[in-house]
Design a protein around this ligand. Structure first.
Ligand code: CTP
Ligand code: MG
Length: 160
């Protein structure tokens, strides 16, 4: 195998549970917001209605299961937990700077979950710098494409 293919394959194996954890929540159609509907001093929601307990649990279980199926349950659990936490932090930041739920925050929307995933994985497994660069480069276009599909399927209100 050529070096680039090997890099692509190893990066994909590592990040796959995070991708699944980040995509699954939209299927859960959650009704219970993780911020319990509460707002902060700035008058904006802590996280917003786009972050629900149902979505979080769907992402955590499906992401973990996917990695467990391929034989790395602990790694996939950390990746899924990190991906969902990164997404929550992304939503928190968006609300604080005044971006409404569902409105785009370029790069933050596409990279918050992979950053969270790799950070949570770090104590037990360290990806190489080449893998980090590869993942950071391919995730935004993949994320935009899958979100567009979810939008066309009527799962998401906006195409990003
Ligand atoms: N979702 C959820 N619970 C989560 C994460 C996501 O229920 N913990 C669901 C919500 O229905 C959300 C959808 O997955 O609308 C897509 O997630 P995302 O694009 O991250 O949310 P946005 O609606 O864009 O909201 P935000 O602006 O807060 O990122
Ligand atoms: Mg998000």
């Amino acid at each position: 195998m050529t070096d680039i293919l090997e890099l692509a394959f190893s990066s994909f194996v590592v990040i796959m549970p995070a991708f699944i954890a980040n995509s699954a929540p939209v299927l859960a159609r959650g009704r219970h917001p993780m911020d319990f509907g509460k707002s902060m001093g700035d008058g904006r929601r802590v996280l917003g209605d786009g972050k629900t307990f149902e979505g979080f649990l769907a992402g955590l279980s499906l992401g973990t299961l996917a990695g467990a199926f391929f034989g790395y349950p602990l790694h996939s659990f950390l990746l899924a937990l990190g991906a969902l936490s990164g997404d929550l932090i992304g939503a928190f930041v968006k609300r604080r700077v005044g971006i409404e739920r569902g409105q785009p925050a370029p790069l933050l929307d596409q990279l918050d979950f992979v950053a969270g995933a790799l950070l949570f994985l770090y104590p037990v497994y360290q990806v190489t710098i080449e893998q980090v660069i590869f993942i950071a480069a391919v995730t935004p276009p993949i994320h935009l494409a899958t979100n567009y599909i979810a939008y066309r399927l009527g799962l998401k209100k906006y195409p990003w």
